[in-house]
Design a binder for this molecule. Structure first.
Ligand code: FO1
Length: 315
């Protein structure tokens, strides 16, 4: 069974680990959001590509959901002493990834090639693809920071520096209009048996992927069963600022809002048992509900949910 997962954010890494435990690596492709990418200390950081790669390499700090386990922050401390900005915590071993990536991008290599090389050198056999080799950057409009230039924040300024504690007026995916799907992305969606939309923030983790011209069409046209996992339980996200971002986009903060965000191309949505009452409404939207406990508290639960997702795709 060939599976292509759309992923972004810390919630995706858990399901990706579950899928990797039950699929041959050559049958798993992950299309990853790059809207969170940022330039930190002059280095190109790709948080979601790194979370997925580290998760599949068994190197991810699972508790944090990002960065490497057994990490140290000596360089960060030294940068703080020099008065550099240190609100974005780059660990010493994590820095190697950003140095490696930045050197190769500067030499003209596309992000997809650098990502493949980073995966290969960390022993990851699954195919990890950025959604695009062209720059797409998620930006957040807020009125809460008079100092911010015209009110627009880069994603990491919003999510990390401001800790998502500012009101969200709107969201933009800068550069999306000129972005092309990275090599292999359209084929990975068209040629899959199952496309899995991970339990990621529909607006800022999956949204940028959908903003790349051609990818929504690919999702509509694929012969694959397309199944999503709701990142929302009840009226709140399992973690992170998805609620505020969905509201800013006029989406109800519920699994129905997730279904609305993926309008028309989603075949099935996995929702938590606490949302069982939404099953008829999902069916009315032409989406087959799969009702299970979706909270992944450990690896056993990650594998169990991945199995449900692949079985659910078959139903
Ligand atoms: N998230 C934080 O909340 N604080 C950090 O200092 C931080 C550093 C960081 C460094 C590398 C990296 O790959 C991710 C990092 N993240 C941090 C997480 C990151 O902001 C998020 O994973 C995504 O952008 C949201 O999906």
């Amino acid at each position: 069974m060939r599976v292509t997962a759309l992923a972004g954010g810390t919630g995706a890494a858990k399901l990706i680990r579950g899928l990797a435990a039950i699929l041959p690596p050559s049958h798993l492709t992950v299309v990853v959001n790059t809207g969170d990418d940022a330039r930190i200390w002059g280095l190109h950081v790709s948080p979601d590509l790194d979370s997925v790669t580290y998760a599949l390499a068994g190197r991810l700090d699972i508790a944090r959901g990002w960065g490497l386990h057994d990490e140290t922050f000596n360089c960060l401390d030294a940068m703080a002493h020099l008065g550099a900005e240190t609100w974005f915590n780059l660990g010493d071993r994590d820095l190697a990834t950003h140095l490696f990536r930045t050197e190769r991008l500067t030499a003209g290599e596309p992000l997809s090639a650098v990502t493949a090389e980073l995966a290969r050198r960390q022993g990851v056999a699954a195919l990890i693809l950025p959604m695009s080799d062209d720059p797409v950057r998620t930006r957040i409009l807020t009125s809460d920071l008079p100092g911010a230039s015209d009110g627009w924040l880069d994603f990491q300024e919003y999510f990390v520096r401001e800790k998502a504690n500012v009101a969200v007026i709107d969201i933009a995916y800068a550069g999306a209009g000129n972005a092309r799907p990275a090599p292999g992305v359209v084929d990975a969606i068209a040629g899959a048996d199952v496309v899995v939309v991970c339990p990621s923030n529909p607006v800022t983790s999956i949204g940028p992927i959908l903003a790349v011209p051609g990818l929504v069409t690919a999702l509509h046209d694929t012969r694959a069963r397309v199944i999503g996992v709701s990142p929302i339980v009840g009226d709140a996200p399992v973690s992170g600022p998805a609620g505020a971002l969905m509201r800013a986009r006029g989406l109800p903060v519920s699994p129905l809002g997730v279904a609305q965000a993926y309008g028309g191309w989603l075949d099935s949505l996995v929702v938590d048992t606490r949302d069982a009452t939404l099953a008829p409404a999902l069916r009315d939207l032409g989406i087959a509900p799969v009702v299970v406990d979706i909270i992944m508290t450990d690896h056993v639960r990650e594998v169990a949910l991945a199995s449900v997702v692949l079985d659910g795709a078959g139903s």
